[in-house]
Design a protein around this ligand. Structure first.
Ligand code: AMP
Length: 363
């Protein structure tokens, strides 16, 4: 039997493109489904141009592919259930449904995986926001559809209630206690349905709620890093994970707290393409195919910087001055403000250099 598979990717953005590149050099064929004819995956894979919830297009993809995967979590799970054959979607739609809803996700993390999360409660209307203890701050998040800080409101006191009530009456939400964290970190973990492999711990710096910079290894103690990796593994094992998952965490004075999970490769794991023996995309493809997973080693400390639309010129100048930096551009034709156009990864020879890079490197 041929070891070449045809892999269908739902979503043709940069994550789909980088998954496709890994799959292609392992000898597989890739078909992506995305509404945009000129999406990043179209540069490297055959494309079915159709909306994500187009059942006929999804059926065509399922019929033509051995294995299906998705590059983002807001895929229509019902439409997928209607078309996938048994075992064709190793990540499963249960994980998709869980990560589409913050309330389901928090319940899973705290009650099933039994990992620490910020104290939270489900909010179905503004009446659930009465009688809050204002000695604390809160974050109100819509249960579904939020990303990069969209659909979120910080509540510091009564004055914020009016706006928060509008949000709470417009959609189901989750109210979390505000966490005074020191650092944000994330851990990439990949599974093949049986075993898991874990990546080094990443430190993430956001600007305007969008990931700006990732520093690896995170500037935390080895003991804390091992705890973070153990938590990510625990979550992955509980899920019998297939493919790559990112676990985002807060580092606080009291230890680690899980913020959220993303059931796919993640922006904070892009450094792994150059800095590790295997990238998060390689292990995603190996994992969904049920192949043995390699141990992942960090070859060099790394800094990854996102290139948003407004950073293109600065990034080009940086690369001209620093040709050993690794430039990735996703092939997006229009450079809009805050649109992720690419990223740069810089590898450091000396572990100490990472401090300096973390401070100095910026667009
Ligand atoms: P999220 O969409 O949940 O990843 O949140 C986006 C960003 O908001 C996170 O990366 C944090 O910087 C911040 N954030 C989210 N939840 C909390 C929280 N409970 N306390 C403090 N900051 C938060």
């Amino acid at each position: 039997m041929s070891s070449t598979k045809t892999i269908g990717i739902i979503g043709g953005g940069q994550l789909g493109q980088m998954m496709a590149i890994s799959a292609i050099y392992m000898g597989h064929r890739v078909i992506a489904l995305d509404p945009a004819e000129d999406c990043p995956a179209s540069c490297v894979a055959e494309l079915i141009a159709a909306p994500y919830d187009d059942v006929a297009a999804l059926r065509q993809l399922a019929e033509r592919c051995d294995i299906l995967t998705y590059e983002f979590e807001n895929v229509d799970a019902d439409a997928l259930d209607a078309v996938v054959r048994e075992k064709q979607l190793p990540q499963g739609t249960a994980l998709l449904r869980m990560s589409q809803n913050r309330i389901f996700e928090k319940n899973f993390l705290s009650k099933e995986a039994k990992v620490p999360v910020a104290p939270y409660r489900a909010v179905t209307s503004s009446s659930d926001l009465k009688n809050l203890d204002w000695s604390k701050k809160y974050v109100l998040k819509t249960a579904t559809g939020g990303y990069d800080g969209h659909g979120q409101k910080i509540l510091g006191g009564q004055a914020d209630l009016e706006e928060a009530s509008l949000l709470a009456d417009s959609a189901d939400c989750v109210l979390e206690e505000f966490v005074n964290f020191d650092l944000e970190i994330s851990v990439i973990v990949s599974g093949n349905g049986q075993d898991v492999t874990v990546f080094p711990v990443q430190e993430n710096i956001h600007r305007n709620n969008i990931l700006s910079k990732t520093i690896v290894p995170a500037r935390i103690s080895d003991e804390l890093a091992q705890k973070a990796q153990a938590m990510a593994k625990r979550i992955a094992c509980k899920l019998q994970l297939s493919g790559t998952l990112c676990v985002e965490m807060f580092v606080t004075d009291d230890g680690l707290m899980i913020n959220e999970i993303a059931p796919r490769p993640h922006n904070s794991g892009h450094y792994s393409i150059e800095a590790c023996g295997f990238s998060q995309f390689d292990t995603h493809i190996l994992g969904i195919l049920g192949k043995p997973l390699p141990a992942v080693k960090l070859h060099a400390p790394a800094v990854m910087l996102n290139i948003l639309g407004q950073h293109l010129a600065k990034a080009q100048a940086y690369i001209t001055a620093n040709p050993s930096a690794h430039l990735h551009l996703y092939g997006k034709l229009e450079a809009k403000h805050n649109r992720k156009m690419g990223h740069v990864t810089v590898l450091c020879d000396m572990p100490d250099e990472i401090e300096e890079m973390g401070k100095g490197l910026d667009f």
